[in-house]
Design a protein around this ligand. Sequence first.
Ligand code: NAP
Length: 415
Amino acid sequence: MPTERFRLKPPTDGHKILIVDGHLKVPDDPIVPIIEGDGIGPDVTRAARRAISAAVDRTYSGRRRISWCDVPAGEVAMFKYGELLPPATLDALREYVVGLKGPLTTPIGGGFRSLNVALRQALDLYSNTRPVYWIPGVPSPMVHPERMNIVIFREATEDVYAGIEWQRGSEEAKRLIGILAKDFGVKIPDDAGIGLKPISEFKTKRLVRKAIRYAIENHRRSVALVHKGNIMKYTEGAFREWGYEVARQEFPKETVAQSEVDRNYGGAPPKGKVVIKDVVADNMFQQLLTRTEDYDVLATPNLNGDYLSDAAAAQVGGLGVAPGGNIGDAHALFEPIHGTAPKYAGMDKVNPTAEILAGVMMLEYLGWREAGDALRNAVKKTIGQKIVTYDLARQMEGAKEVKCSEYAEAVVRNL
Ligand code: NAP
């Protein structure tokens, strides 16, 4: 049993990112905590760290640099320190505000609850943000993958994922079933497990606010509120109502509802205004396939957003290339959307593109947009040259298959 506790040794040569009036104040040498993660995590995070540092160095000619600070979580932390998420790791993520992570293992069924969920809840990273766009050359099942260019803002702290659930036959489940029968006249089978689905006004509004702000600042055309409100009226239906309310009350000049566009503008939105519309979740899945280019920014509750973001990622080439950000009011933790793919652990084989593009998101979040653009372009160029890892090589004709670390070197050469 390990006895040593993890204590953070912060780098001696960087500075903290500060939060001033709710905004980030980023020094030229920010300390950025990095969790390598489990399985293929160390391979992809090392590749990404190399590529991100090189992009910053080249873009700003050495004037700026990231001071990486390794913090343990997951299996490594368990093995060395006897804890999956050492308190000092959480403290570091809080203290240094912005971080990068690799994937972490979550066993299905028993054992511990998802570390990712724990991190999101502890740091209140309420928006799981996923840009989904096609990189030319990446094999896709679609005829026109280039039509996809969306950003999904998925609420990440409530809904049926809040973890409020009880096993069938447990005391809690029995009591709830009893209360529901007695006080509400609702009959639930005795052998049912029970889960709750809270969706609140405050948490919906802060998520939709973030999506609308992003759309305005990035000159996007629309924000679609995705919901299943026709069936779940007081949770998903309320999500839709509160979403429209935020737009109406807080962004009256910058936004216009689709219904108003149809009524007052003959279907053509006034120039410069972000159109707010809503789409029922199951329809959204087919719309993304059939009318891909009509969608831009999406705001979704937790569960539907989870399904939708993986389905959207599949349309542009799948998990190996899709990044995500867990973002709160100021704190943020960027990661690839894929998991730990344990069978490839330590083989220097898998695709680090998703982790590198998570780095692009992080650079943009720091306000280092030029470095982010340079890195994204270098990734595009490398894939355009058909220098790819096994996953893309097996689907591409004439590809040069390289290892994970070799791919990162190719990206660095293309900066
Ligand atoms: P996974 O780790 O994403 O792997 C599924 C398959 O996707 C792999 O076998 C591989 O396909 C492909 N793949 C994933 N990442 C790739 C990459 N970088 N390059 C190339 N191919 C890649 O999904 P999983 O097996 O369902 O999950 C494993 C563990 O990861 C679970 O414990 C899960 O809970 C966890 N997980 C963590 C996160 C996170 O930390 N955010 C997210 C998702 C899952 P081929 O076999 O076809 O080559």
